[in-house]
Design a protein around this ligand. Sequence first.
Ligand code: TMP
Ligand code: ASP
Length: 253
Amino acid sequence: MARRKKVYEGKAKILYEGPEPGTLVQYFKDDATAFNAEKKAVIDGKGVLNNRLSEFFMTGLAQVGVPTHFIRRLNMREQLIRSVEIIPLEVIVRNIAAGSLSKRLGIEEGTPLPRPIIEFCYKDDKLGDPLVAEEHIIAFGWASQQDLDDIVALALRVNDFMSGCMLAVGIKLVDFKIEVGRIWENDFPRLILADEISPDSCRLWDVETGKKLDKDVFRQDLGNLADAYTEVARRLGVLPTNSAPVTRPTLIN
Ligand code: TMP
Ligand code: ASP
């Protein structure tokens, strides 16, 4: 049965035409990829967890006045979102040195940064999403200076909200990536938070033990990814605290 038109398929999500103009349905897959899809796996239940977690963060952000594309969750794996023109940038905010920043600049993982550092990568899988400077972004017309000022302000607001949210449940927000989209309201452009916010696109470390609770568990083979995401969801109250992981049927001998 042809259900609806697929608009775009990425590594972790699919976008379908929405029920009304200006809307899309965002479907969260169980696929996990890393290192520009060199490493791939299907993690049972990841899509369900990320759908719920992204709903949780985007709803909270909207409540503190950060505009987002999220409209409402439709079911276990889908949410209704506003259709946006994606700015072709991955906007990374870092609070603690880790990942590519540590590697590139030789700063030991776990070193707190003197202030949040924002980086931009050009969204192009063929090029491996290269780090770019504001100069490139403006010269090549990916965004204007005004857009960049708005994006930085938005990213810092997301960082403040997410850092507080996480710290309240004993988790350090080390870094994260967001994407921003443009919408048009009465012929005026406005930038809003798009894509997703989930442990796929954040680094999350337990405050006490330093245990990783994000996609590095998959990247570095540190254990079961769905268990890590379930832990984050439980702590945030997104899942009942003593429920079994959403992913696994209970096995009865
Ligand atoms: P990095 O240290 O590998 O540059 O990653 C910084 C943050 O951005 C980290 O939280 C993971 C996230 N991220 C993505 O969401 N997508 C990506 O493609 C990459 C490379 C990183
Ligand atoms: N870039 C994403 C990551 O490592 C996924 C991928 O590259 O395949 O987080």
